[in-house]
Design a protein. Structure first.
Length: 228
């Protein structure tokens, strides 16, 4: 499931990137004849849209990641547990922040671009742009935004549901939609901490902790202290 979400995110981001590059680097031949003034206005309209979109994307990505990091460190993991609790690594929120920023920029960029078109011809330039691209922008944007919101919700849910918790008797390791492993501390055979922490059980099952934002020494000492 995680692989599917990663692939879907890459496809959607590529979709937005493709749209942005078409706005900046359109077809050389227009399907309609327009004046040199209109061509110059369209190039300016396109470039301004791309710059606004890029600026919004960078700004919102940074703010979104900062907000998710704060929520993860100070709220999602702020509860009191009888033992240890670790959430997903903060790097995982980069994808979510980028997708949220792309969706917000796609909604806000046309609004700001239209307001900056002082001659009021934004509707005409948007129509020309649709001739260049060969499809209706608004219909595709609604489809993109709908798919993006669904994917955003799935990504955020999977990240919130990725955690490792262990107390003096048992533990649980959840990775979003893909796995939910429960174990007793008495079932642990050994802990391999050469690179990332790897817990090996009596039945030879293994639990890799690399996806969690854990403290290696804290986990190692806690398990050793509470296992015979």
């Amino acid at each position: 499931m995680k692989l599917f979400l990663d692939l879907a995110l890459l496809v959607l981001l590529f979709w937005f990137f493709r749209k942005g590059t078409k706005l900046l680097f359109p077809k050389s031949n227009l399907e309609v004849e327009i004046s040199l003034e209109s061509q110059a206005a369209l190039r300016k309209f396109r470039l301004r849209y791309f710059l606004i979109w890029a600026l919004l994307f960078v700004l919102i990505s940074f703010l979104s990641y900062a907000a998710l990091y704060f929520l993860d460190q100070d709220i999602f993991v702020s509860g009191k547990f009888e033992g240890l609790y670790y959430g997903v690594k903060p790097q995982a929120y980069i994808q979510t922040a980028m997708l949220f920023a792309a969706l917000c920029a796609a909604v806000l960029a046309p609004f700001f671009n239209e307001r900056l078109q002082k001659d009021g011809l934004s509707f005409y330039l948007e129509e020309l742009q649709e001739h260049v691209q060969g499809y209706r922008i608004k219909g595709l944007k609604l489809l993109q935004l709908g798919l993006g919101l669904i994917l955003l919700g799935a990504l955020l849910y999977a990240q919130m549901q990725t955690f490792f918790v262990v107390n003096t008797e048992e533990g649980r390791a959840v990775q979003g939609f893909s796995s939910d492993y429960r174990f007793k501390l008495s079932e642990i055979k050994e802990i391999n901490n050469e690179k990332e922490l790897l817990i090996i059980f009596n039945n030879d099952d293994t639990l890799y902790l690399g996806v969690y934002d854990y403290d290696e020494k804290e986990v190692y000492d806690f398990i050793n202290k509470n296992t015979p």
